[in-house]
Design a protein around this ligand. Structure first.
Ligand code: SF4
Length: 464
C-alpha cells in the first residue's frame, strides 16, 4: 500500500496553516492508514488530526497536528484515488475498448479497472465479478452510492460468455444485495449485434424489470469499434438493428412507465443517429441521469444552446462533490486551456466529430454563412468512432491543414485532458490557432455571440 502524497495545498486552509508541504506523504491519519480517498476523507473530516508525515529529505517522520472544525475541508489534494491497488478487471470482453486501443498511448489508458470505489468516485462501470462480501458490507455501511454496474445480459450463460468469465454468470447477485439495501445503482447494457440484441435484449429488459427494477436507470449503448479490434464477431449495427434496439427500449420504457412510474431504460444518442430517428424530448430523459454516458447529450446540448441554462451536465457526482482530496483525473478533470484571442468578424468553423456534425448543423443553420460546422474524420481510431471526445491531434491537424487560415476554429474541450489529446498531441501541434470551448450548448452559444471568452469547462467524453 502506498501513502497518499500531497500534490497541492489550498491557500489559507487548515493544512497550509499547520505546515503541510507539497510532496509530503501521509503515513497515517489519527493512527490509521487510509486505503483510498474515501477513507482518507472520512479520517480528515475529524476536528482534531494527528498526522504522521514523511517529508522528502527528512531522516525521520514528523507529526503534524491540526485543529479545525469537524467536517471542515483540510485543504490538501492527494496524488491518487486508491492507495492500495486499483482492483483490475479479470474479464475479457470481446467489445472491450481497451483492447482496441493502438499501442503507444498513455499507460493509464490501458488500465482495465473493475473497482467499485472508482465506480463510486468517477462513475466507472463495474461488472461486480471481483466484488466480495466485505465490499458489500462497506458499500452498504458507508452508503457508497451511486454505483454504476455493467449488466449486458441477465441470462447467466450469455453474461458469462460476454465477459468471458464464469463469474459473470453469478456476480449480478451482488446487484440484488445492493438494491435491497437501498444503494442507488445505475446499470448499463452494451449491445453487440448478433450477441445480446434481438431476443436476448428483450430477455434482458424483462430480467431487469423482474429482478432489478430497483435500478435508478439502465443505459442501452452500442459497442464502440475501432480499427484495431481483432474480434471477428464484433461488428457495427446495421440501421435496421439500431431501429430494433430503439423499438425494444421504447417498448420497455412504456412498460416501466406504467408499472414503475418512470422509464428506467434509456437508449444512447448514438442509436438515434444510427437509426435516423428523432431524439426524444427533454422531459423523456427524466433529468438526464446518464448524460455523461452519452444518453441525452444531444437533447441537452440543443436545449442549452437555445438558452436553457439548467439543461443537464451529467450524473450527480455524489461523493465526488465533497471529496476535496480526490484527484480530478480522467474525464472529469477541469480543462483549463489558453486560447488565442478571438478575431472579430472572421468566419467561424466549429470542429466536431462525425456524430456531432449532423447535430450541430441544424442548430447553427440560423447563423448564416459566417458559421459552419466541420466534421473531423477519426482515422486514428477508425471503425465506428465518431464522437468529438475521441478526436486526436493528428486527425485535427490533417483536417485543419486544408482549411483557410483566416477563420476562427472552435474545438470542444471534451477531446483534451489537461491540454493533451488522446494521441499525446497538444494544441501547439495544430497548423491553425484553435479556440477551446466547453462542450455544452450554452458555452458554444456564448462563444458564437461573443459574450463569453472563458476557456475552462467540465464535460464528458462523447459530447457532441
Ligand atoms: S469488464 Fe470492462 S474493462 Fe473489463 S474486459 Fe470487459 S469491457 Fe474491458
Amino acid at each position: 500500500m502506498s501513502a497518499p502524497k500531497v500534490t497541492a495545498l489550498a491557500q489559507g486552509s487548515p493544512a497550509a496553516v499547520a505546515g503541510f508541504r507539497v510532496g509530503d506523504e501521509l503515513v497515517s491519519v489519527n493512527g490509521e492508514q487510509p486505503r483510498d480517498v474515501i477513507e482518507y476523507q472520512q479520517l480528515v473530516d475529524a476536528a482534531r488530526l494527528d498526522v504522521v508525515v514523511r517529508r522528502p529529505g527528512d531522516e525521520l517522520d514528523r507529526r503534524i497536528r491540526v485543529d479545525k472544525q469537524a467536517g471542515q475541508a483540510l485543504g490538501l489534494e492527494v496524488s491518487a484515488a486508491v492507495f492500495d491497488r486499483v482492483r483490475t478487471c479479470d474479464n475479457h470482453c470481446a467489445f472491450c475498448f481497451i483492447y482496441q486501443l493502438p499501442k503507444g498511448m498513455r499507460r493509464s489508458l490501458y488500465l482495465k479497472d473493475d473497482d467499485y470505489r472508482l465506480s463510486f468516485l468517477y462513475g466507472n462501470f463495474t461488472t461486480l465479478t471481483r466484488f466480495t462480501e466485505l465490499d458489500a458490507e462497506r458499500v452498504i455501511t458507508e452508503r457508497l452510492g451511486p454505483l454504476f454496474v455493467s449488466i449486458h445480459a441477465t441470462d447467466p450463460a450469455v453474461r458469462a460468455a460476454m465477459l468471458r468469465n464464469p463469474r459473470g454468470a453469478t456476480s449480478l447477485r451482488w446487484l440484488s444485495v445492493l438494491l435491497d439495501a437501498g444503494i442507488e445503482v445505475h446499470g448499463q447494457v452494451v449491445v453487440c449485434p448478433g450477441v445480446n440484441d434481438g431476443a436476448v435484449l428483450e430477455d434482458t429488459m424483462l430480467g431487469i424489470l423482474d429482478r432489478y427494477a430497483g435500478l435508478a436507470t439502465v443505459g442501452v449503448v452500442p459497442l464502440g469499434l475501432s480499427r484495431f479490434s481483432n474480434e471477428p464477431d464484433m461488428r457495427p449495427h446495421t440501421t435496421e438493428e439500431a431501429r430494433s434496439v430503439l423499438s425494444t427500449v421504447t417498448e420497455y420504457q412504456e412498460l416501466c412507465s406504467s408499472t414503475l412510474g418512470r422509464r428506467l431504460v434509456f437508449a444512447s444518442d448514438e442509436y438515434y443517429l444510427m437509426a435516423g430517428e428523432p431524439f426524444p424530448t427533454a422531459d423523456a430523459y427524466e433529468g438526464y441521469p446518464q448524460h455523461e454516458n452519452g444518453i441525452g447529450m444531444v437533447r441537452a446540448f440543443g436545449e442549452a444552446f437555445e438558452g436553457d441554462a439548467t439543461a443537464a451536465h451529467g450524473v450527480r457526482p455524489g461523493f465526488f462533490a465533497w471529496v476535496d482530496g480526490a484527484p480530478a483525473d480522467g474525464y472529469r478533470a477541469p480543462r483549463s486551456i489558453s486560447s488565442p484571442p478571438p478575431r472579430d468578424g472572421a468566419p467561424i468553423t466549429v470542429l466536431t466529430g462525425t456524430f456531432g456534425a449532423p447535430v450541430l448543423g441544424p442548430l447553427l443553420a440560423g447563423r448564416g454563412d459566417r458559421v459552419r460546422v466541420l466534421a473531423v474524420e477519426n482515422r486514428f481510431f477508425g471503425g465506428t468512432i465518431g464522437v468529438a471526445g475521441l478526436l486526436t491531434a493528428a486527425d485535427l491537424a490533417r483536417t485543419l491543414a486544408g482549411e483557410p487560415d483566416d477563420h476562427r476554429y472552435l474545438l470542444p474541450d471534451a477531446c483534451l485532458s489537461k491540454g493533451v489529446f488522446l494521441d499525446g498531441g497538444t494544441l501547439d501541434d495544430l497548423p491553425r490557432p484553435v479556440e477551446v470551448v466547453a462542450a455544452d450548448g450554452l458555452s458554444l452559444r456564448r462563444r458564437l455571440d461573443g459574450t463569453d471568452a472563458t476557456t475552462t469547462g467540465r464535460c464528458a467524453v462523447g459530447a457532441t
